[in-house]
Design a protein around this ligand. Structure first.
Ligand code: NAG
Ligand code: NAG
Length: 456
């Protein structure tokens, strides 16, 4: 978190010193205030959508406003488009979801990265498709700060020339922690991006990889597990899971009374959005004196929820929290949305901080074992000098190197390996990637065209 805040402060400083960088007329003309998803008719199931096959593009449009780092600094992306596509929700019913497709300059149209942002909120107004636009509302003070920081990682991927699809994997109902529905939203977002060649240029047979950190790793892992049964036709060459939180039931206990206790109401209300039976039980179980405060998390984004509930005992909001958690519906939902239900055939790179304060590393060790015992191929790196927040940044160069090899057709994992590293930042591959990562990040904030520089 400290590094994250440092890099945020540095970027803000650059933005202030340089002022608004010059922008192309096209981007300038799209620097409007975008409507919130809750007030935007694009975010709705269109008539007759149920009969479309999962992954079908139902609608597409230019973004209402331009993509901007921290909602302020327009990014110079070659082409951006939003799509609404058919998918499946947590009850197994037809649903639709929005995704943003980003094409860098000098793109390699035979690769596609699906990046899953850790939205971690129960409001549709925290959707990445909206939060990444210029002048979007942050859903409370620093509400979408994590999304804004993750934009720097997405930009680093675009720098490699990879087209990127960013699914709103929580769907139109903001179903945070409904991880297997999220996994289907990811897979259908990939299908839709592969069907978009006529306007994006992405080849229908492009090699696909997935990447996500924390909340983004949950749905990326679920998508890896579901791929063979739900979307066997996809050519997914790698999945990168940073800071996974495999056991969400356990996370409730580790998060409680900590800095990120606000993830508890975000998660419980996110699951309530997915499962109406749970919603009834939760609302009946809340103390009447504390219900209104708990339910503010229906409207705030992650950073704001974290501030509102930091260090609080979230169990004290309920008449009998432990009793409620033990009942069949809540415990079944938590178990069903924890990871490890099936073995992914996709090669996996998993990295996790040994000192992770959100979720004990033992659960990631256990997931590694479950996957490997089932025959998966997993490269697992446990990182010592980091915690949950800093590893998001420290682990990124290694993740980019892994993805680049996978897109190159190299064998990235031939068997399960589990290693400890002092710091992922000291890795050789990191030393090769990091300088250009930092340089590009700064230049992109100055409106450099985002994409690899090609000679000739
Ligand atoms: C949102 O939730 C409502 C109530 O459960 C449901 O009827 C609707 O189909 C859901 N929408 C999506 C897109 O899943
Ligand atoms: C959990 O998953 C099982 C198996 O798919 C299903 O039968 C059960 O209804 C699910 N439980 C809940 C609470 O959704």
């Amino acid at each position: 978190m400290k590094l994250a805040i440092f890099s945020l402060a540095a970027s803000m400083l650059i933005a202030t010193v340089v002022g608004m960088p010059a922008a192309s007329p096209e981007a300038l003309s799209r620097r409007n205030i975008p409507p919130k998803p809750s007030e935007d008719s694009f975010y709705a199931n269109p008539a007759g959508f149920e009969s479309a096959a999962p992954g079908t593009i139902l609608k597409n449009r230019n973004l209402p406003s331009t993509i901007a780092a921290f909602g302020l600094i327009p990014a110079n992306i070659k082409y951006t488009q939003q799509i609404l596509y058919r998918t499946t929700n947590a009850l197994g019913d037809p649903a639709s979801a929005v995704a943003t497709i980003l094409i860098p300059y000098n793109a390699d149209y035979t690769s596609l990265l699906s990046y899953q942002i850790a939205e971690d909120a129960a409001s549709i107004n925290c959707s990445p498709s909206y939060a990444l636009q210029f002048a979007s509302d942050s859903g409370g003070f620093v509400g979408t700060i994590v999304t804004q920081l993750e934009w720097l990682l997405i930009q680093a991927a675009l720098e490699q020339g990879w087209p990127v699809v960013l699914p709103d994997h929580e769907g139109l109902n903001a179903t945070f922690l409904a991880n297997y529905a999220g996994g289907k939203h990811v897979l259908d977002g990939i299908r839709a991006a592969l069907a978009s060649e006529s306007f994006t240029g992405i080849k229908s047979d492009a090699s696909v990889a997935m990447w996500g950190y924390s909340g983004g790793s949950l749905v990326s892992a679920a998508a890896s597990e579901l791929k063979d049964s739900y979307a066997p036709e996809l050519n997914i060459v790698a999945a990168v899971l940073g800071g996974p939180i495999p056991n969400i039931n356990n996370a409730l206990y580790t998060l409680n009374q900590g800095l990120f206790a606000g993830l508890i109401p975000d998660g419980i209300l996110g699951l309530s959005n997915a499962y109406p039976a749970l919603e009834t039980m939760v609302q009946e179980g809340l103390k009447s004196s504390k219900k209104a405060k708990f339910n503010t998390a229906y409207d705030t984004c992650l950073g704001a929820s974290a501030l509102n509930f930091a260090l609080q005992n979230m169990f004290s909001y309920f008449d009998d929290a432990q009793g409620l958690l033990a009942e069949a519906v809540p415990s079944g939902i938590l178990a069903n949305n924890s990871l490890g239900h099936s073995t992914p055939s996709v090669p996996i790179f998993m990295y996790k901080s040994i000192l992770d304060e959100i979720d004990s590393i033992s659960y990631s060790d256990k997931l590694y074992k479950t996957y490997c015992n089932g025959g998966a191929k997993v490269k697992y790196v446990r990182d010592l000098i980091s915690e949950h927040g800093t590893l998001a940044a420290f682990g990124a160069p290694k993740a980019l190197t892994f993805l680049a090899k996978a897109f190159n057709g190299e064998t990235v994992v031939s068997k399960c390996t589990k290693t400890n590293t002092l710091s992922s930042l000291l890795d050789i591959s990191t030393a090769q990637v990091l300088p250009s990562f930092l340089k590009d990040t700064i230049l992109n904030l100055l409106y450099k065209p985002v994409g690899p520089f090609l000679i000739g």
